[in-house]
Design a protein around this ligand. Structure first.
Ligand code: ADE
Length: 246
């Protein structure tokens, strides 16, 4: 998979790509993530990427020219290489709220371009002519789309087969089948008088599975009853099959 992140603030994005699971996925060649600085596509000496909004009002708006230049160049390269861009995704608080089914669907694509905007946004003509999907990571406003782009990248990349050590792990995550995840414990079995539930130490896999399922339901009912209503209202999301166990 290839992901291009287009931003006026590349330094915000680069750090997290070089750690932990994202770093390992890149090193293993499972995903090729490239960060593009919009200033490199600005036409003027000062490398201007934003300007005042027509009609007045506060904040700056990202200009269309550098964004068109960057994304059109990416698309042309991708086409020439035989792996066209599948989607150009703009991160914006007025987009569709990003969720696990969307992460699942995007993880099956081959080439994504993510565009991070200033908090005041990008010129509407970019959205009209280039963007294929608009995503928000929640109902709050951040200072730019860089952190949301990283959130989306992380959620997608960890679903690519081979990225997580344990393939079963991603499928049992909270939300993956519409329920929250069960509590987890590690050693020591007793810590400051608090004991790990006996069933988890029983070695009885059926009892463990039954306990986890009950805990997932209990937790979801308690914290997110809305998910249980959704569960009955919509069909289960498509899921990747587990690779054959060796
Ligand atoms: N840019 C600013 N706030 C955002 C949000 N909540 N989601 C996506 N992009 C954003």
């Amino acid at each position: 998979m290839r992901i291009d992140i287009v931003t006026a603030l590349p330094e915000i994005v680069k750090g997290p790509l070089d750690h932990s699971i994202l770093r390992r996925a890149r090193q293993k060649g499972l995903v090729d993530i490239r960060v593009h600085d919009l200033r490199d596509y600005a036409a003027d000496r000062h490398r201007t990427v934003d300007d005042y909004p027509f009609g007045g009002g506060g904040g700056m708006v990202l200009k269309p020219e550098p964004i068109f230049a960057c994304i059109e160049a990416l698309k042309a390269d991708a086409e020439a290489a035989g792996h066209p861009v599948d989607e150009v995704i703009y991160l914006t608080p007025d987009g569709a709220v990003f969720d696990q089914p969307t992460a699942n669907a995007l993880s099956l694509k081959h080439h994504l371009v993510l565009l991070a905007g200033h908090y005041k946004g990008v010129d509407q003509r970019v959205r009209d002519a280039l963007v294929t999907r608009e995503l928000s990571i929640g109902d709050y406003v951040l200072s730019g789309g860089e952190l949301p782009a990283l959130v989306v990248v992380d959620a997608i990349v960890r679903l690519i087969p081979g990225v997580l050590g344990d393939a079963a792990s991603a499928l049992s995550d909270s939300f993956q089948d519409g329920l929250l995840d069960a509590p987890v414990y590690t050693r020591p079995a007793t810590f400051r008088g608090m004991r790990v539930p006996e069933v988890l130490r029983s070695g009885d896999h059926r009892r463990v599975a039954a306990w986890r399922e009950a805990e997932r339901l209990r937790k979801t009912r308690e914290r997110r009853p809305d998910l249980l209503e959704e569960e009955t209202a919509r069909p289960a999301p498509p899921r990747r099959d587990l690779p054959p166990s060796s």
